[in-house]
Design a protein around this ligand. Structure first.
Ligand code: PLP
Length: 384
C-alpha cells in the first residue's frame, strides 16, 4: 500500500460508528465497567479517558502506519512531543547530544529544565561528520537528537550515518521530523528510535489545533509508554479529530506547499537584497546532496538571509504584505512571514550577514504570492 492510500484508509472502522466515514469525537474521562472483574482485571479495550479513546487511538494508528513504527503516542503540542521523547530516554547524570540547529524552544528546554534535572547537553554542528560525532560521545551519553533539515537554517543532516555511529555506541536516537513529515522521510527506517512530529503543522494543516506525536520502534515502546503514561499526557478528542481529518489530505496539500515554496525560494534568489536563500532543494544548502539522497522532497517552509539592511526596511516590507500573515507556526493553508533570531553555539556556525526571514508558502496561487513579494521588495528598497 502506498502512503497516499494509507492516509485515506488507516485508523478508522466505519462499521463501529454507524457507518460514519470518520471516527466521531469521543469526549470521555470516566469509562464505565460492566462488572467488578472487568474493573479490577483492566480487561476493556478502553479503561480510562486519559489512556485513549477510539478517536485518539485511530489517529495513533494512522501516524504509526505512516511512520512504519511499533507504537505512536499523542502529546498536547509538538514541543511536548520533543520534551517527552527526551525525558523517556535520559535521567540525572546523563549527557545528551543535541543538534545546534534545533527548534529554539527545544534548546530552552535543554538549557533549563533538563539542566535542572542534572542532564548535560552538548550542541553539535548540524553537518558534523560521523567521526566528529563519535568523538563527542562520553560514557554517560545516552541520546543523540537530530532535526533535519534544521530550524531556521535548514542544514540537512546525514541521518543514517550519524544514527549508525550512535547506535554502535548504545545511544538512543531521536529525530524531530516536522519539516519533512513521515510522508517525505521516515526516520525509523534509517535506524532512529523515536520519531517526533509537531502535528500542529502539516497534519492538522489548518492552523486551528496544537498536537504532537512520538513514534517508537520496538526497542523503545516500553520506555516511551511508561513515561507518557506516568506523566499523564493527554490530548482532547476534538483536537485528535481535527488532526486525523487533516492527515487524510496531507499528501495533496504537501505537494502543493512544496511546489509553491520552491517557486518562491527561486524567486528570492534573483533579488539583489538577498544574501542567501535557505532551502534544502537549492544546491548551495549545506547537506543538499544528502537531501537529494534521503528526502528529495520539500515542504513549504524556507529561510531568506538578507544582506545588511536597516530594520525599518524589513518592517516596511513585512508590514505591507497582503497575503502573508505575520505569526508563529507554519504548515497551515495560509502563507506566513516572520523574522528569526539566530542562536548558535557549535564551532563553525554560520554567521548571518543581515536580517533573517522565514517564509511559509501556503496554498494560494503562486503568482499572487510573488506579486505580493515583489511589492514588498520594492517597499524594502525604498525604505532602505
Ligand atoms: C521543527 C519544530 N519542532 C517542534 C515545534 C513545536 O511544535 P508546536 O508548536 O506544536 O509545539 C515546531 C514549532 O514551530 C517546529 O518548528
Amino acid at each position: 500500500m502506498k502512503d497516499e492510500t494509507r492516509l485515506v484508509h488507516t485508523g478508522r472502522s466505519s462499521e463501529q460508528h454507524i457507518g460514519a466515514v470518520n471516527t466521531p469525537v469521543y469526549r470521555a474521562s470516566t469509562i464505565l465497567h460492566p462488572t467488578l472483574a472487568a474493573l479490577e482485571g483492566n480487561t476493556l479495550p478502553y479503561g480510562y479517558g486519559r489512556r485513549g479513546t477510539p478517536t485518539t487511538r485511530g489517529l495513533e494508528e494512522s501516524i504509526c502506519a505512516l511512520e512504519g513504527g511499533a507504537r505512536t503516542v499523542l502529546t498536547p503540542s509538538g514541543l511536548s512531543a520533543v520534551t517527552a521523547a527526551i525525558l523517556s530516554v535520559v535521567g540525572a547524570g546523563d549527557h545528551l547530544l543535541m543538534v545546534d540547529s534545533c527548534y529554539d524552544p527545544t534548546r530552552t528546554f535543554c538549557d533549563g529544565t533538563l539542566k535542572r534535572f542534572g542532564v548535560e547537553t552538548t550542541y553539535y554542528h548540524p553537518t558534523i561528520t560521523p567521526d566528529e560525532l563519535g568523538a563527542l560521545i562520553r560514557p554517560n551519553t545516552k541520546a543523540l537528537f537530530l532535526e533535519s533539515p534544521g530550524s531556521i537554517t535548514f542544514e540537512v543532516q546525514d541521518v543514517p550515518a550519524l544514527t549508525a555511529v550512535a547506535k554502535a555506541r548504545g545511544l538512543s536516537v531521536l529525530a524531530d521530523n516536522t519539516w519533512a513529515t513521515p510522508l517525505w522521510f521516515k526516520p525509523l527506517a534509517h535506524g532512529v528510535d523515536l520519531s517526533i512530529l509537531s502535528a500542529t503543522k502539516y497534519v492538522v494543516g489548518h492552523a486551528d489545533a496544537l498536537l504532537g506525536t512520538i513514534t517508537a520502534n520496538e526497542s523503545h515502546v516500553a520506555r516511551l509508554m511508561a513515561f507518557h503514561g506516568q506523566f499523564g499526557m493527554n490530548v482532547s478528542g476534538d483536537d485528535a479529530y481535527l488532526a486525523h481529518r487533516g492527515l487524510r489530505t496531507m499528501a495533496v496539500r504537501l505537494a502543493r506547499h512544496q511546489e509553491t515554496g520552491l517557486k518562491l525560494a527561486r524567486w528570492f534568489k534573483g533579488q539583489d537584497e538577498v544574501a542567501r536563500v535557505l532551502h534544502p532543494a537549492l544546491p548551495e544548502c549545506p547537506g543538499h546532496a544528502i537531501w537529494q539522497r534521503d528526502i528529495g522532497k520539500a515542504c513549504g517552509l524556507f529561510g531568506v538571509e538578507l544582506k545588511p539592511i536597516p530594520k525599518r526596511a524589513v518592517a516596511a516590507m513585512l508590514d505591507g504584505l497582503e497575503l502573508f500573515g505575520m505569526g508563529w507556526s507554519w504548515g497551515g493553508f495560509e502563507s506566513l512571514a516572520v523574522t528569526e533570531k539566530w542562536k548558535r553555539v557549535a564551532p563553525g556556525s554560520h554567521k548571518p550577514q543581515g536580517p533573517l526571514l522565514r517564509f511559509h508558502a501556503g496554498l494560494e496561487d503562486s503568482g499572487d504570492l510573488i506579486a505580493d513579494l515583489e511589492a514588498g521588495i520594492a517597499r524594502l528598497r525604498n525604505a532602505a
